[in-house]
Design a protein around this ligand. Sequence first.
Ligand code: GDP
Ligand code: IMO
Ligand code: MG
Length: 406
Amino acid sequence: MTTCIVMGSQWGDEGKGKVVDLLARGADVVVRFQGGANAGHTIWHGQRKVVLHQLPSGVLTPGCLNLVGNGSVVDPERLVEELAELAAIGVRPGPDALAVSSLAHLVTPIHKWVDGLAGGHIGTTGRGIGFAYADKARRVGVRAGALLDGTLATAIAQQLEQHQPWLDAHDPGAGPELLRRIELFTRACDQLRPFVRDIRPELHDALQAGSNVLYEGAQGALLDLDHGTYPFVTSSSTAIGGALTGTGVYTPFEHRFAVVKAYTTRVGNGPFPTELHGPIGEDLRARGHEYGATTGRPRRCGWLDLHLLREAARTSGYSGIALTKLDCLSGLPELRVATGRDADGQPVYATLPGWSEDILGAPSLEALPANARAYLDFITEQLGVPISILSTGPDRDQTLVLEAPW
Ligand code: GDP
Ligand code: IMO
Ligand code: MG
């Protein structure tokens, strides 16, 4: 049995989609265990770009079973849209290739409505994520299983009743439009129904049979509800623990890959100690095309922060790093990397020399300029975790797999 988990290690958008799509070529099963349509996972195959939000990034790989675990929150309308976008490029996963856990909670129009009104101070994606997880925790959520047992209408009515006092106070005119959206939601649920089932038996069977199972994280370690920069976090467990509660089947994760962007980005509000506010930050944004894959918002950019990565490694026990976007640093005269904090909690930096050569799609480690290799060695030494995958371009072929999980 080989299990591999791929997790974001920063504030999301590290390039998880690319890495999972690549590893999916050798996987039998790809399973998402948390998050929802707040995620935006970009995959490039040649000239073709696909952005996945809720579907696992194994969905483009023929023969791969894609599961959405109970730890995810599922927006039926957006999922149906995502399936339609895939159908337009000839990818049509049926229930034999895609399943959504009947225990996963649904993101309803009520959640998106309230998030739109109340999520501003965090800078949420507006996808209703926090409110779906909140309703799960206060036990007024609606599970995907409600599509199978005929309880959907009652469950939605009860949920609306719970939110009514808040809506009356903050948006008294919401009623008719919200009801219209609930109607559209119900129609999308009809299309989702064939994919809903208890996924635990098949995940368990796959693990028992020794299949290659790939767990796909969304967001990143610093957005983890418990271990991230609370309250500026998402509402799920993005670290390794979420993979067990989010699927309901035990497995020891043999390969625990952290996707690390060669610098740092963040979308939304909250602390970012190595953020660059001036022209270097803008330059990084332009080099990395750092605009949100879900909301299109410009991403805040800054230097790599090994201090925070060390904490993330402690939480999730990374066994390897998938380092991405090294190519975006070419041409910078020098690179700064935060290695720790001073007595006032401010980042302490090491400065490393840059390189001028274009390294897009580098064919081997040896082909990299010496200073680029020194940057990689520095990261490995500081974190005590080897680089298992090196990505030097958005396409899946622009990757060096140094330690393959399978
Ligand atoms: P995810 O949410 O972690 O899947 O990452 P996103 O898709 O939101 O953002 C990563 C962006 O970087 C996408 O546009 C990818 O196509 C792109 N990307 C991933 N790896 C590389 C790389 O090594 N080099 C470059 N230039 N772009 C990359
Ligand atoms: P992927 O999977 C980057 C951020 C939002 C906001 C905070 C809370 O593509 O890496 P939410 O809508 O989850 O309640 O917003 O979390 N956020 C992300 N940032 N990448 C993501 O996903 C994100 N998902 C949520 O910007 O700051
Ligand atoms: Mg993203």
